[in-house]
Structure formats: C-alpha cells, structure tokens
Ligand binder design. Structure first.
Ligand code: FMN
Length: 579
C-alpha cells in the first residue's frame, strides 16, 4: 500500500504480542514511547466496548530506530504485549501441541471465520483464522500511525476524527459546531471528541449515541456508524493525477477500507455530489490575503487525486460488529448441522475506537505521500521541500517570522530585513512591553511566565490579522503548537541560530546586558542558555529555513535571509512584487 513509508504488523489477538515495523521515517524526528502510548490509550476508550479493554491497557516498547529521543532513519521496531497472554499460553502455544480442547467450529456471518477457513484450510478450528482477523491488530496500526502522526505534526499537518453517527442516531457536524477547529486544527477537534464517551463532539449528541448502543445491547444486537476523518494544514501537491496508482484519493480510500469492518469511504461531499448540480458541488476559487482559497470544501481537499491545500475530509462507514449476541443462523463445520453462530467476548459497538484507527491509517498514508513527493532522509531536508509546497498557493509570502534564541539576531537582522522588503518591523517583546507598560523582566516577576506566554499568544493572534510584517518572535514564543499554526497560516518562518558562547556575548553587549533576561538568571549564563536551547531546539528546527548568524554582520545576515525567502517563492509570486 505505502511506498516510501512501508509498514508491516504481525501478531495474534491472544498471542504473546503484536509487533510492527515502520520503514522510511527520516532521521531526526523527535519520538518517544509516550507519543505512541497516547494514541494506544485513545483507541481503548469508547462506550460499547467488550471486557477486553479493561484487561489490555496497551503500552508500546520501542525496539529500534530511535536513539536519545529522535529517529535514526533505520526501521522503527515496535512491540505491544498482550496482557491477556497469561490466560492463553496453552491454547495459543507456539510449540507443537494441540489440538485446542475448545475448537471454534461455527462461523459468524460477517466475520472472517468462514472465508478465511476455506482459504487456508482451517475448518477444524476457526481460531486459526479469527486470531489474526480480529481488530486487536489495529493496536499496532495505531502505534505505527502515531509515529507517522509525529512526522506530520512536525510539518504542521494535524490528523483527527470524530463520530458522526451510530446506527440511526446522528451526532453534530464539526463544520457546523466547531468550524474553526474543523478548518485549522484536526487534532484539537479529535481531543474534543475524546472528551465524550462516544467520541462525538457534544455531550448532548453523546447521550443520543449511548442510548442507541444501549438499545442494541437490550436486543442482544450490535451497531456500526460513521466516522469523519480530517487532516488540517495539508499543503497543495500531495498525490498525483498522472497515474492511477498515484492518485491520493484512491490511496486514502484503500487505507481506510483496509480497516476491519470499514465498508465505505466518502471523499468530501462525494455522495451528495451525485445528486447535485456541478455549480452546487464544486468549490469556487478566490484570492485573499495573498493566497488562493476556496469558498467551501465539498471536494474534501482532493482534486484529481492531488491535495489542493484545503483540509482533507473523509467519511468512513463501519458496519455493525459481526459477533451478534443473539447469534445469526450458521452451520457447524464438523457436523454440518444448522446451529447459531459462535459467540465470544465482543464489542457491541467499536465506532469510537475505529475513529482512532482511521486517524492512524490516514496519518500513515499521508506521511507516505509527503515522503513520496519530497523525499527526505532527514527531517531538515524534508522541512525545506515541505515549506515550498505549503507556500506554493501564495502570491506573496506574507508575514516573515524570525524565531530562535536570544542573541541570534532576530531584532537586529529583522529591522534590516523589513527595510529591504518594504515591510513594517515588529519586535514581539517590545510590542508586549509597550502594551503592558512594563519590561519583560518586570512582567516575569509580577505576573509569572505562564501569564507572559498568554500575552505572547494574544499578541501573535492580533498580528496575524494585520498587514504583512517582519516579526521578531520572543525566544519562547514559538514553543507551542498554536503559535506554529498561526505563523504558518500567516506566512513563513525563518530560524536564526548561533553558538551559545556567541549568543551570550551578544546579549551581554546589548543595552542592559544579561540582567534584562530573566531566563538567564540564577546560574552561569552560557550553561543556562545551552539548557534553554536544548529544550527549545525541537521547536526552532521546525522553521521553513534556518540561518546561522555567527560571523555575519547584521546586513549580511539580512541579505542571506532575503535569499532564503526568495528560494521559497512559489510559482504565483510576481518577480517584481514585494514579499
Ligand atoms: C476497533 C475495532 C474493534 C472491533 N471489535 C470487534 C469485536 O469485538 N467483535 C467482532 O466481531 N468484530 C469486531 N470488529 C470488526 C471485525 O474485526 C471485522 O468485522 C472482521 O475482521 C471482518 O472484517 P471485515 O468486516 O472488514 O470484512 C472490530 C473492528 C474494529 C475496527
């Protein structure tokens, strides 16, 4: 399925463990087991699950591919142990033995039991089939998908999902109740969904969905539903129209349809489109804020199998769970007598969990498309190409945000750069000081760092709405996901860097010296700064372009940044136009 980011899983539902290999992640991606466990826990939530969820409490072990918290470029090897294994050591033993004293001989309509047994000649004990067909395997997909998600998140793509309906019960549409999250922050949307037990977006909807599941339980039955899967921050140009097997709509469809019990996938408003006029269906194009945009997104972000810069919106339809407690008619494969189907511990409804699996499969397919379009043995190499794609629908770059540690030259270089570009210059710290009537050092003492960060976030939100400018960001200001979303939406981000000794030398030489820098107090300044850099580097390294300023005069550095910006110009930027 995937080409550049290949993966395989192995493992039986009640075997020792699930294992997974993900091959093709670039080197230098920050990744920890906790990033993966977060999604494993999310997969285990949701009203309507069977008893197994209480036994499992999945945790990943990273076996390979990561060192000191970052990927190496070598295959990522993962293990998720089955906590239930202790109860199955005899019945699932690897060594010669058997047969199982309790073989499964009556296939469940809707499950893999019969088709798989006929294919592999395993009619003597359907457990040989169902152990692998079981959606327990999706725990490993979710683990591998979490690594793909980390890659996408670093580039500014967020993946999320929520439940639209279960059985006949409908939940709210994100486009209506949370339009901004729906367009800008798919992960924020998913976290909101996680807060209800059905992963729908509001408590009121969740009550309706729970009632539907309880009704199914009451009649000893099961239910499916519809999940909306969304990706935001997607640049134009992923996938390709030039060959059938490169069309991203087909590949995303295949990724979602490969999930157990997902039986239909809709791209955007695909189904409604079949009943509407073209004028009602297609998404008009307009130019605003230096960027080609759409008035609506019926296409779900895909035209010709290529992403068009709008969010990806897909809908996955899950059939009802096939282990129906009031079992359907079946046939005993030994006696060939008509009997009710086999029933074992099972979910009534797994739509909320399936949403998390959909996110994982979307993340894997999307990260694959990013790597296919841009290559990338290292994250640094990938980021540059990605920035070009992201900026390709712009007619002007927009704001230029300078990020990096104190002393890197954000203000000195920024002023000169602004002049060269004919743009206003904003120093975020100075802007805040004017607004608050106090220095940054005073604000840290009187209000504390947290309040100061809120002020920074607010100032950034205001700046985003104003005319394009060169903005020198405070050292800690770009250290949140929200700041990155805003900066990327408003323009381009350039990181300035220098050796810690040079940074301290410059800070000491500036008016007020080291005393004006609250975060350098209480220790040796160079060591304090090196520690700060260690914590913040993963944020700075997300920049669209990076310039080391040691040994450069402010004018030369400004010229160099100008060159970096020109290298990011897309096909719509006019040669004579200002940035
Ligand atoms: C998260 C998740 C949980 C599932 N839990 C169950 C379950 O408890 N019992 C069951 O019979 N099917 C369950 N299924 C569905 C089966 O795994 C699936 O129907 C089966 O493998 C046959 O594949 P197919 O439906 O794609 O044809 C679940 C699916 C997902 C995605």
């Amino acid at each position: 399925m995937n080409r550049r980011l290949r993966f395989l899983t192995a493992g039986e539902s009640h075997g020792l463990a699930l294992v997974g290999i993900l091959e093709g992640l670039p080197a230098g991606l920050p990744l920890q087991a906790s990033d993966i466990d977060r999604d494993l826990v999310r997969r285990q939530q949701g009203y309507g699950r069977g008893g197994r969820m209480r036994i499992e409490q999945d945790r990943v072990e990273i076996l390979s591919g990561v060192r000191f918290g970052a990927t190496l470029g070598s295959p990522l090897g993962l293990v998720v142990r089955n906590r239930d294994w202790a109860n199955w050591t005899e019945r699932m033993r690897v060594e010669p033995g058997g047969p199982d004293p309790r073989p499964v001989r009556v296939p469940r309509p809707g499950h893999t039991d019969l088709a798989g047994a006929l294919k592999y000649g395993q009619t003597g004990d359907l457990r040989d089939v169902l152990e692998r067909a079981s959606a327990r395997e999706t725990a490993m997909r979710v683990a591998l998908g979490a690594a793909a998600r980390a890659l996408l998140r670093d580039l500014g793509i967020q993946v999320g999902s929520y439940v639209r309906s279960i059985g006949q019960a409908d939940a709210e549409d994100a486009a209506e109740v949370f339009p901004e999250l729906f367009r800008e922050d798919a992960e924020g949307l998913a976290l909101l969904a996680d807060a209800t037990e059905t992963r729908s977006l509001t408590e009121a909807a969740s009550v309706r969905l729970v009632t539907a599941i309880q009704k199914a339980q009451g009649r000893r039955d099961t239910l499916g539903g519809v999940i909306e899967v969304v990706a935001t921050g997607v640049p134009p140009g992923l996938g390709s129209h030039v060959q059938a097997d490169r069309k991203l709509d087909g590949r995303l469809g295949a990724a979602l349809l490969s999930i157990q019990a997902i039986k239909a996938v809709e791209v955007g408003e695909g189904i409604r489109g079949g009943r509407a006029y073209g004028s009602e269906t297609h998404d008009p194009i307009f130019l605003a804020a230096g960027r080609l945009q759409r008035t609506r997104n019926h296409a779900g972000g895909l035209e010709g199998g290529v992403t068009n810069g709008e969010p990806l919106v897909l809908r996955a339809v899950m059939k009802p769970i096939s282990t129906v407690p009031d079992a359907l008619p079946s046939v005993h494969l030994g006696t060939l007598q008509a009997v009710p189907a086999h029933v074992e511990r099972s979910d009534t409804c797994a739509v909320p969990a399936a949403g998390v699996v959909c996110e994982a499969m979307l993340a894997l397919a999307l990260a694959d498309a990013v790597l296919e379009a841009l290559g990338g043995d290292t994250m640094d190499g990938l980021r540059h190409g990605f920035a070009r794609l992201r900026l390709s629908s712009r007619t002007a770059v927009g704001h230029v945000f300078l990020v990096g540690p104190m002393g890197a030259g954000k203000t000195t270089v920024g002023e000169r750069l602004a002049k060269a570009l004919g743009l206003a210059f904003v120093d975020l710290d100075a802007h805040l000081e004017t607004g608050a009537g106090a220095t940054v050092a005073q604000l840290f003492v009187t209000e504390g760092e947290e309040r100061f960060r809120q002020r920074e976030a607010l100032a950034l939100a205001e700046l985003e709405q104003s005319n394009a400018a060169v903005v020198a960001m405070g050292g800690g200001a770009p250290c949140t996901e929200e700041a990155w979303r805003r900066m990327r939406r408003a323009g381009v981000v350039v990181a300035l860097s220098a050796e810690p000794s040079e940074l301290v030398r410059r800070v000491a030489a500036a008016p007020g010296g080291v005393a004006t820098r609250p975060l350098l107090q209480g220790g040796e300044p160079e060591a304090k700064l090196a520690e700060l850099l260690r914590l913040r580097q993963r944020w700075y390294s997300r920049a669209d372009a990076t310039l080391r300023t040691d040994g450069l005069s402010p004018d030369t550095a400004a010229g160099a940044v100008l060159g970096l910006l020109r290298a990011l110009d897309g096909p719509l930027v006019r040669p004579s136009g200002a940035v």
